[in-house]
Design a protein around this ligand. Structure first.
Ligand code: UDX
Length: 446
């Protein structure tokens, strides 16, 4: 029997990065590849659900005990230490797996770890970079890397090849940071990308055709392989597929609450695993939801709950506030008619793969750009406007909900969302663009 190809999959230790790369790993496994997933020792405890067929290993970020919390919260300090110790421990792991009879054929690494390519090359192993974010955002950062964008941004409109004209509000938030640390970090993803053997992007061709075609002229090894979400919500390719990865908990109670509600009438609202809105914004959202008169299911993480208005009831006939839920199951529930989202890339792919129109309330990072795409490119959502204090006011949220849930334009958004749902399932289904790309990648090792 032919030897199975063995890929070491190096995931960046955060929920928004680990979940999609793990979903991608499951598809590779389905194509016959052996997978070893690697994360940091201290992040391991967050991984509650991993398929038993996927081996798990760790490298060090320099904070194995997780004790030095102050240093870990300081992004610059954390990353510098990680970059010092990570490559050595990745090399040690590759050597160890070779010694015990599981040599590595390919390192698939999150693009936040450009140094992993050097480690792969040192051992003569194929290096495949996995871009967690979409092609439009990657292209903006790459243009900055090439010197085609200067900070501070002076022009009101930014024109880049094959991208819609971008205003400041559409640009990734890091372009406006006083401290350049994070912008430098995200742009470093592209420092050696031309040398990667494969560039795999968690998007799909039909969603970002023009920019993907254009980018392939520069990066011939670019392939779109997404959406990396569980196949039970797409083409059902994998049997007994589940939402593996980082899961806080799944609230059966919230699914039951949804069961009683009329079809397409519930507003689902969640801002992912990282966004931290201030008290004023949280309270405006609370009253906006209440004033809209709609049913709503709102995820307010435990760390954010104290910002809710004091008299705000968490469970009523109209509304339910939970600290976490199974977002994919909620979006797929027939009572859900609209998603108020921060536009993290995973939430973005999830809602368009399930066909739920959106109201964008971007918080930071790539989310401004994803919000732009929802309203002006994919035309399946609207963006809530902010006032001069950067706050989405209750009346604005209420009007947005009415527009998406009740207006003719809202119906068009729903139709467009359903179009993207069909395209996403086609992309990962048999003969679809992403599926073909995944097969090409796997067959390159034979
Ligand atoms: C981060 C960045 O903020 C985002 O901009 C980037 O594109 C990816 O990494 P995060 O903010 O957590 O991610 O947002 P998102 O990418 O949307 O990921 C959140 C994940 O948590 C989604 O897969 C979502 O389904 C899941 N989730 C969220 C739940 O399962 N339950 C919840 O209650 C809320």
């Amino acid at each position: 029997m032919a030897k199975r190809v063995h890929c070491l999959v190096l995931a960046y230790p955060s929920q928004g990065h680990i979940n999609p790369i793990l979903q991608f790993s499951k598809l590779l496994e389905h194509e016959g590849v052996k997978i070893t997933l690697v994360t940091t020792l201290h992040y391991l405890k967050n991984l509650q659900k991993i398929p038993t067929s996927i081996a798990l290993e760790t490298i060090s970020d320099g904070y194995d005990e997780g004790k030095d919390e102050e240093a870990m919260k300081n992004f610059k300090v954390y990353i510098e230490r990680f970059w010092q110790v990570g490559p050595q421990t990745l090399g040690n792991l590759i050597e160890k797996l070779g010694r015990v009879g599981y040599p590595i054929d390919c390192v698939i690494y999150d693009s936040f770890f450009p140094w992993a390519l050097d480690v792969a090359k040192k051992y003569g192993i194929v290096g495949a970079v996995y871009l967690t974010q979409n092609m439009i955002v990657n292209s903006i950062y790459y243009n900055f890397h090439l010197g085609n964008i200067q900070v501070p941004l002076i022009e009101h409109e930014i024109s880049l090849p094959m991208l819609p004209t971008l205003q400041h509000k559409d640009m990734p938030s890091f372009f406006f940071d006083k401290d350049p640390t994070i912008l430098e970090f995200v742009v470093a993803q592209f420092c050696n990308i031309e040398k990667a053997d494969w560039i795999l992007c968690n998007s799909f061709y039909e969603l970002e055709k023009e920019i993907t075609d254009w980018s392939r002229n520069i990066w011939p090894k670019l392939r779109t392989i997404g959406p990396s979400i569980p196949s039970m919500f797409l083409d059902k390719r994998l049997k007994d597929d589940e939402e593996y990865g980082v899961s806080q908990f799944t609230s059966e109670e919230c699914m039951q609450w949804l069961d009683d509600k009329p079809k397409g009438c519930v507003v689902y609202i969640s801002f992912g695993s990282l966004a931290v809105f201030d008290e004023e914004q949280t309270q405006e959202i609370a009253y906006g939801l209440k004033d809209s008169g709609s049913y709503y299911l709102w995820v307010v993480r435990a760390s954010e709950e104290t910002k809710l208005p004091k008299d705000f009831e968490k469970k009523t006939e109209k509304g339910f506030v939970v600290t976490w839920c199974s977002q994919l199951k909620v979006l797929a529930h027939e009572s859900v008619g609209c998603f108020v989202t921060h536009c993290g890339w995973n939430s973005t792919l999830e809602t368009l793969s399930i066909g739920v129109p959106t109201i964008s309330v971007p918080y930071w990072s790539d989310q401004n750009t994803n919000a732009k795409c929802f309203s002006d490119v994919w035309k399946m959502g609207i963006r809530a406007t902010i006032d001069d204090k950067n706050i989405v006011r209750r009346e604005v949220l209420k009007d947005c909900i009415k527009e998406v849930m009740e207006s003719e334009r809202g119906k068009e958004m729903k139709n467009n969302a359903m179009h993207w749902k069909i395209m996403a399932a086609k992309a990962v289904g048999d003969g679809g663009s992403s599926h073909e790309n995944i097969k090409e990648f796997v067959e390159s090792f034979v």
